[in-house]
Ligand binder design. Structure first.
Ligand code: ZN
Length: 73
C-alpha cells in the first residue's frame, strides 16, 4: 500500500521544506509527508534534534496500516 493511504501518514500543505537535504529532489519533498508510525528519531543534521521519517505519498514504507481496513475492524 502507499503511504498516502496510511493512517500514520501526515502531509502538510506544500510538502516538506527541509534544510540541507539534497539527498532527494525538490519534487520529491513537495510530495513528501511524515510517517508517524514510530517515535521521532535522532538525526545528525542541523535543526530539530529528531524527525519523523519522511516518505512521499506514492512510497510504500512497508509499515503502513490501511485507513479503510482499520476502520472496518
Ligand atoms: Zn508509510
Amino acid at each position: 500500500m502507499k503511504c498516502a493511504d496510511c493512517v500514520f501518514w501526515r502531509r502538510y500543505k506544500g510538502g516538506l521544506h527541509p534544510m540541507n537535504r539534497a539527498d532527494m529532489p525538490n519534487s520529491w519533498w513537495a510530495r513528501a509527508g511524515l510517517c508517524m508510525r514510530h517515535a521521532p528519531r535522532p538525526m545528525t543534521e542541523p535543526g530539530p534534534r529528531s524527525f519523523w521519517r519522511a516518505t512521499a505519498e506514492s512510497d510504500g514504507c512497508g509499515e503502513g496500516v490501511d485507513a479503510l481496513r482499520e476502520g472496518a475492524v
